[in-house]
Design a protein around this ligand. Sequence first.
Ligand code: DAT
Length: 176
Amino acid sequence: MANATSRGAPNIMIAGTPGTGKSTLGKELSQRTGLNYINVGEVAQAAECMEGYDEELQCGILDEDRLIDELEDVMSQGGNVVDYHSCEFFPERWFDIVFVLRTDNGILHSRLTKRGYCEKKIESNISSEIFQVILDEAKESYAEGIVHELPSNTAEELESNLDQIVQWLENWKSQH
Ligand code: DAT
């Protein structure tokens, strides 16, 4: 089975609370590097990997095993940028590096309001961000040194994050 050392290109996970900028970063990274961008939410919808609907949080409930089966082949080949809010349920072997985006509460609140989320959903996401739920889950699920926190508040930070990831990718290629 393919692992980090046998893949021709690395797999990069972009995680973070909704609204922290995963899609913005992931799509731009894909454009700049040619890596294949995977929006897990869209794949799950298209492949019917949902197993119900959470009325309280107004979002679909993911069938994780089915989704993993769906993505296994493409992930084994490497060269993917994966965008999903959480990453703790993916196989650890899939990822060479995991980035968790972080956004200040006020900024996140205004992004989620613009998105039209109801107050309950906004509060739930803000509190998840305050308690760094996604970051802690990522750290518990992946080896030390794999998980990196990135600030994602401003256009300058977006640009700096892109530069850092592109640099990491160059280093990876020169070492493999
Ligand atoms: P996510 O995919 O995590 O839900 P997104 O990429 O859709 O988030 O971004 C949410 C909104 O915030 C969108 O209007 C773009 C904007 N945004 C994302 N990253 C940003 C950044 N670093 N600086 C300013 N705005 C940003």
